[in-house]
Design a binder for this molecule. Structure first.
Ligand SMILES: [Ca+2]
Length: 332
């Protein structure tokens, strides 16, 4: 018999992963949660599905959250809460400016949160938010974090209790991330965020190859329904044009158990089953993480405990033996 080369399986698996992402299937596009050219009616009428604030400027071909000027903040928010359980958001964006290498900032954040239109210090939005944030951080604040290159894309889930640490580029609260050259590209740049059955996947398409590259993939993420999609950006001493070209939301057709269907999904508190560096763990299909193998010092401690146990047993045994001997002696 002929055994297929392992490479065949690899290709097959890659196909499964890639084909799985929705390929702009218009049938499942949700217009009420999508922002598309020429942005008719954005912000101007009471029935509008998107509002904006701060430095945001809406033209017929892009939504500029901030211009390439210092100390600007802008955002754009969907006015319709999203009740889909499984979704995928495709964002076309453009970050560009006259700043040379490392002299530009701060970046864009894409939000799925309880609150909307609350300007603040986290890429132009409020801190201690409820929900999900994907940061496209173009400026390195943490000079100790030289193990990663910028721009850096990361994800954060918050239940309102955690502050985003700008000085550390959000490292302490990030669930995963990747570096991506997203600035001053001649071609179109895209980001995809998928949330389905507790799994959060972020993909980027910034190399003009028309294919998604995985950036973040973690399980055990819990997000409620009824939150709002939005995007915000900020500049500080350094700046960039932060443009959103489109945000397209697709409904994913996923089966849920009757038990899951009967839950009130609006009551779910945003959480992640394992906050501590999920990147170091391999997750399994149930959305849980496998335990990490025992590290050297843990093995040492275990051996020490075992040794102490043996010593204690030996001493107690010897004492008991001696007492018995003494007692026995009295009978003779
Ligand atoms: Ca930063």
């Amino acid at each position: 018999t002929v055994t297929p080369h392992p490479f065949v399986f690899l290709v097959f698996e890659l196909c499964l992963v890639c084909c799985d992402i929705t390929d702009g299937n218009a049938e499942h596009l949700k217009r009420e949660h999508s922002l598309m050219k020429p942005y008719q009616g954005v912000g101007s009428s009471p029935t509008s599905q998107w509002d904006f604030s701060g430095s945001t400027l809406v033209t017929s071909s892009y939504v500029r959250l901030t211009p390439d000027e210092r100390s600007k903040q802008g955002s754009i928010w969907n006015t319709v809460p999203c009740y889909l359980k499984d979704w995928e958001m495709h964002v076309q964006f453009k970050v560009h400016g006259s700043g040379k290498k490392n002299l530009h900032g701060d970046g864009i954040a894409i939000w799925y949160t309880k609150d909307r239109l609350h300007p603040g210090p986290v890429f132009g939005n409020q801190d201690q938010f409820f929900g999900l944030a994907i940061f496209l951080d173009t400026f390195r604040n943490d000079l100790h974090g030289m193990d990663r290159s910028f721009p850096y894309i990361s994800a954060m889930v918050n239940n309102g209790s955690v502050s985003y640490d700008h000085g550390k580029d959000g490292r302490s609260s990030e669930l995963g991330g990747c570096s991506a050259e997203i600035r001053n590209r001649e071609h179109d740049t895209y980001l995809a965020i998928r949330y389905s059955k507790g799994r959060l996947t972020v993909m980027v398409d910034v190399e003009d190859k028309n294919e998604w590259k995985e950036c973040i993939d973690i399980g055990g993420v819990r997000l409620p329904t009824g939150y709002f999609f939005g995007a915000s950006a900020a500049t500080g001493d350094l700046s960039d044009n932060h443009d959103i070209i489109s945000m397209k939301l697709y409904q994913l057709m996923v089966e849920h158990t009757l038990e899951e269907e009967n839950l009130d999904w609006t009551k779910i508190e945003p959480s992640v089953s394992l906050l501590k560096s999920p990147k170091d763990n391999i997750d399994d299909p149930t959305g849980n993480f496998r335990g990490t193998p025992l590290t050297g010092w843990k093995v040492f401690l275990l051996l020490l405990c075992a040794l102490l146990g043996i010593v204690v047993c030996a001493v107690v045994g010897a004492v008991v033996f001696q007492k018995r001997q003494e007692r026995n002696k009295r009978f003779y």
